[in-house]
Every structure is written in C-alpha cells, then in structure tokens.
Design a protein around this ligand. Structure first.
Ligand code: UD1
Length: 338
C-alpha cells in the first residue's frame, strides 16, 4: 500500500513543490493549509503538473486541535511534513505573540496527533552569524535575532525533546534550509509574496517586470570580495527533492538517530551582486538597482556544508543558479500574464 504524507502548509511556495515531488516519487499526499498567506494558484498548479485532480485538500488551521484530530481520523497518515507557519522576519519583531502562538501551537498540535514520523522545516537562520563557514550541522546555534528565528529554534527543541521522550515511537527530521529560490520549470508554481517582498529574488523579478522601481542592494561594504553579502541559494525543486529522500529514510526505517538534522544547501556561496549579474545575463535584461545601507539583522556570509545530506540522504543539489534564475523569471512572467 502506498504511504501517505500530510503536507501542512502545502499550498505555499515550498509545500507545493514538495507535494509535486512526493507524488512523482509514488506517495499519496494530503495537502492542508489555512490559506492565510496564499491563494489556490499553487495548489491548482500542482494538480496540473502532476495530472492529479484528486489530491485531497483540507482547509484548516493547525492551531485548532479539534481540526487536527479530525484530519488524522479522516486520513491514514504515515508522515507529516510541517510547513504551516508565519515567516516574515520584520512582522515577527512587531507582532511576536502572533508568531509564537501560531508557529509553536500548530507544531505541538501535530506532535500531539501521535503521527510516528515528523519532518520539520527549519532554517539556516538558527546559525546566526557563524564564526566559521561553511556551517555543518554541528556548528553552534546562535541566539535568534527575531521571534521568527526563535520559533524555528524552539520547534527544533520541541521535536528533539518529544522524540527523546517517545521511547522510539516518534522519528523526527529537521531540515535546515539555506536560501530557497526559483520556481518549478513548468512555471505553474512559484513564490507569491504578498505586498513588498522581503526576500531578494522576488524583489529582483518584481523589479524586472516593472512592479517595483528599483532594487536596493543592502550594503556594499561587507568584508567580502565585492562588498555584498554571501548566501547559499538553493533551487526550490532541488530543495523539494531533499524532502522525498528524508521521508523515505524515515518510512523505510533507515534512520540512525531518533531525530536527525540536515543542512539543505548547495555548499556554494554567491554574493548579492553576483546573483543580480547572473539574473541579468541569463535572462538578457538590465535590472534597475542601487546600493543602499545595510539591512539590520543581516549576516555577512553563510553557506552550507551539505556533506551529511549528500551522504546520509543520498541527496545533492543539482540545478545551476542560472537555471534557477531563468525559472524564477519565467514564473514572474507567468503570474503577470506575459
Ligand atoms: C531571510 C531571513 C531568514 C529566512 C529566509 C527565508 C532575514 C534577516 N533573514 O534570509 O530568517 O529564513 O529569509 O528565505 O530576513 N537583499 C538585498 N535587497 C533586497 C532583499 C535582500 O540586497 O531587497 C540581500 C540581503 O541583504 C541578503 C540577501 O539579499 O544579503 C538575501 O536576503 P533574503 O532573500 O531576504 O534572505 P536572508 O536575509 O538570507
């Protein structure tokens, strides 16, 4: 019998790409989302890409324990991949309780469901400003600089503690994403930021299409070769595939520890300026940009050592930054109807 994976927050940017890859790998998927930060565009795209009109979709809020109970009673769920969370760093500073309540309670409710396999979407933000790069999973976590980042750390701890206390009944995986960018090559699913984008690539594509006048590059006086920050930009389809390898490891009983942690990145640092230049080159256009002061809270340089994920999950990032930036641009044009 096919194993069934619940994707919470499955109508969003990462969740929709993960749903596509899980279905391609032969899993049944149940998508659940409260639609607080997206519309049905990506879920409709998932149905088109997979050719599956019958993917179960449940509109629900994971903070509502009764709704969580009903969901688990209605479907035989073998594993959960949990994405349903708020993710705007700035907003979390202004409204910390909104973030703590939503991001922590929804995750605890999922753990209370008793599902034996839980994968949590964590972030490289837990490493803060690292002393040494690239970072391995053993690199120390730093205290979070925002309530959003803190919810990632607390959820990591909650999962670790719950696995420990479960006496082998619960397996957990924490995936620490670096900077997920791009879109599906079909241009049918991608990132749909509401309002002014915080993240670099949506800001670039929106500037290129004319929705924004000018991209500000935050800081060109960092101690890096070209003065701009270094990040590890990971293609969204590559990132989605990492989830399939991780879920398979859990469901095939291959885990070596109750809770395993993996960096999901390319291992390749790219500066903001290099990314902007690559976007212009591969898409044959000129971007209006200027240098602006540093953005508070930004770290100078962080990229992954992905060796553990390469070896234990058998996963590796494959797509080039160029392909990823082409896909991001195709998606922006698709949503603009061009
Ligand atoms: C941000 C979050 C991180 C979160 C991640 C999700 C902060 C401080 N960190 O990471 O917690 O997990 O998104 O994807 O917000 N940049 C510009 N101009 C822009 C936007 C960004 O120059 O308009 C630069 C930033 O200074 C940074 C790089 O681009 O150097 C990447 O920024 P962004 O896409 O926001 O990601 P992070 O800040 O790395």
């Amino acid at each position: 019998m096919k194993k069934c994976v619940l994707v919470s927050g499955g109508a969003g940017f990462i969740g929709s790409h993960v749903t596509v890859e899980l279905i391609a790998a032969g899993y049944d998927v149940v998508v659940a989302d409260n639609m607080s930060n997206c519309d049905m565009t990506c879920f409709e795209g998932v149905k088109k890409i997979t050719g599956r009109e019958d993917i179960p979709f449940v509109k629900m809020d994971f903070c509502d324990m009764e709704a969580v109970r009903q969901l688990f009673a209605a479907y035989r769920i073998d594993a959960v991949i949990h994405f349903a969370a708020f993710k705007a760093v700035g907003e979390s500073v202004e409204q910390p309780l909104k973030y703590y309540k939503n991001n922590l309670i929804s995750f605890m409710n999922i753990l209370e469901s008793g599902c034996p396999n839980v994968l949590f979407s964590s972030s490289a933000t837990v490493y803060g400003e690292p002393e040494k790069v690239p970072v391995t999973e053993q690199s120390p976590r730093q205290s979070a600089t925002s309530p959003y980042g803190n919810t990632k750390q607390i959820c990591e701890d909650i999962l670790q503690d719950t696995v420990k206390a479960s006496g082998g009944k619960l397996r957990g995986i924490l995936l620490r994403y670096f900077n997920p960018i791009g879109a599906h090559p079909s241009a049918l699913i991608g990132e749909l930021p509401r309002g002014v984008p915080n993240n670099l690539v949506p800001f670039i594509t929106q500037t290129a299409i004319g929705k924004r006048e000018c991209l500000s590059i935050f800081g060109n006086d960092y101690p890096t070769a070209d003065g701009t920050c270094l990040r590890d930009y990971i293609d969204i389809v590559d990132l989605a595939k990492a989830h399939v390898f991780a879920v398979r490891r859990m469901l095939d009983d291959k885990m070596e520890q109750g809770c395993e942690v993996y960096n999901i990145g390319t291992g390749r640092p790219v500066s903001v300026l290099e990314l902007v230049n690559a976007f212009e080159k591969v898409n044959g256009l000129k971007l209006n940009y200027k240098f602006a002061p540093r953005r508070p809270g930004d770290v100078t340089a962080i990229w992954a050592d992905p060796t553990l994920a390469n070896e234990k999950l058998g996963w590796k990032a494959e797509r080039s930054v160029e392909d990823t930036l082409k896909a991001a641009w195709a998606w922006e044009k698709h949503i603009a109807g061009k």
